[in-house]
Design a binder for this molecule. Structure first.
Ligand SMILES: C[S@@+](CC[C@H](N)C(=O)[O-])C[C@H]1O[C@@H](n2cnc3c(N)ncnc32)[C@H](O)[C@@H]1O
Length: 395
């Protein structure tokens, strides 16, 4: 289908959803609606159609300039406005007039509720494939269940890279699938608006982000959403970074991976074996600038000998335990593209891998290893168990 036809179908769907709120219990959002209702009008909360809570991850910092792509009624923009405070600025971008009208009408109300003297929030009409903002003007991009609706994701990611300042980042929630979406779903107009037709494989989604020039991306959450014709659709949240060129630099020359995995592969193909010291490459020097990433490694000013006596050395063997198969799956999240644990299990990022009960219990008890995984019981997500309310056509 041509790009303009998809925009038209999607816009019509959300124009209707703006005026007739749909009850949607299926999107795994995690809003504290009670706290939000202190400053966001009900009319906005009623038309929240996201599939995650990108702003809820405390990703917004005071004084920042934030862009929300596909802002809808404005829920995430308004939450971001609270985070950036009176010195920050928020832009919402949407192509649907009905959504823009509600967001614009509520903007001064929210600003007043937050005690801001000025309304430093603006809702722009436009498409994600051609963002109407200058180059390098945004600190943080958020987006909630929108990019799957785009007929040209490469363009969207390229535009995101263009408008982000060096040192900027994005945190986006979206829908992905575990199998390529078949052609009969891709050409079904109704399924576009339902966030199904345009879903990519997690791997392809991450590759498209890399292709736009982002330096590295972390998969923050990965939760089951719907199963349609045997295809599993997931809600994911990702944080990606555009690292500052010629900015800060890592002063240490060497890095050693201390575990808990026996082996971990980075997205650029670098293999890190536990305890083995490697020279800091240009790729590593970019990702190590980020405190949350740096603290997973041991940095040194020269080669370092590390063995199991080192205080940071950690392992990932579940030990003895009754091993039964009961439909449990684990999905690797975070920074690494692939890891191997001490029991020889290999996990690829974003790909559900079946695990036995002993591994599942180990992941639950051992936070240092378990925090690298989203766990899911496939049987519990069987369509037969999904409540009727989850079949409504929104995301
Ligand atoms: C699923 S809703 C999510 C709205 C909002 N992010 C939220 O969490 O409530 C998708 C929104 O993105 C907008 N949208 C979809 N595709 C778009 C595109 N290519 N460019 C701009 N807006 C788009 C729609 O008009 C709609 O308001």
């Amino acid at each position: 289908m041509p790009e303009s036809a998809i925009h038209e179908i999607v816009s019509q769907k959300y124009a209707k959803a703006a005026t007739t709120p749909e009850t949607c219990l299926c999107g795994p959002t995690n809003y504290d609606k009670k706290a939000l209702s202190d400053f966001i009008p009900k009319e906005v909360l009623d038309i929240s159609y996201g599939c995650g809570t990108p702003v809820g991850l405390s990703t917004v910092k005071p004084g920042e300039t934030v862009l929300d792509i596909g802002s809808g009624g404005g829920i995430d923009c308004f939450q971001a406005l609270q985070g950036v405070g009176p010195q920050g600025r928020v832009y919402g971008l949407d192509m649907t007039d009905e959504m823009l009208e509600i967001a614009r009408r509520n903007a001064p109300i929210v600003a007043a509720n937050l005690g801001h003297a000025q309304t430093r929030i603006e809702f722009l009409k436009g498409v994600a494939e051609k963002i109407p903002l200058e180059d390098e003007t945004i600190d943080l991009i958020i987006s909630n269940c929108v990019i799957n609706l785009s007929p040209d994701k490469d363009k969207v990611f390229a535009e995101m890279f263009r408008v982000l300042r060096p040192g900027g980042r994005f945190t986006i929630s979206d829908i992905v699938s575990d199998q390529p979406v078949p052609q009969y779903l891709q050409v079904d107009p109704a399924k576009w608006g339902e966030c199904l037709s345009g879903a990519l494989l997690t791997r392809d989604y991450l590759a498209a982000i890399d292709g736009a020039g982002f330096d590295f991306t972390e998969l923050t959450t990965h939760s089951p959403w719907r199963i349609i014709d045997g295809i599993n659709f997931f809600s994911v949240t990702l944080t990606g970074h555009k690292v500052r060129v010629n900015g800060e630099a890592i002063v240490e020359t060497h890095v050693t991976y201390p575990g808990p995995f026996k082996r971990a592969r980075l997205a650029d193909g670098t293999e890190l074996n536990r305890g083995q010291c490697v020279a800091v490459s240009p790729y590593l020097s970019k990702i190590l600038l980020h405190p949350g990433v740096r603290n997973q490694f041991v940095l040194s000013h020269g080669p370092l000998a590390m063995d199991s006596n080192h205080p940071h050395w950690s392992t990932s063997s579940r030990g003895e335990g009754t091993c039964t198969w009961r439909g449990d799956y684990a999905v690797l999240i975070g920074l690494f593209e692939e890891v191997e644990d001490d029991d020889g299990h290999i996990f690829s990022r974003g790909i559900p891998t079946e695990i036995c009960s002993a591994t599942d219990v180990f992941f639950q008890k051992n936070a240092a290893v378990g925090s690298w995984f989203s766990r899911v019981n496939r049987q519990a997500t069987d369509p037969a168990e999904v409540p009727e309310s989850c079949t409504v056509s929104c995301c």
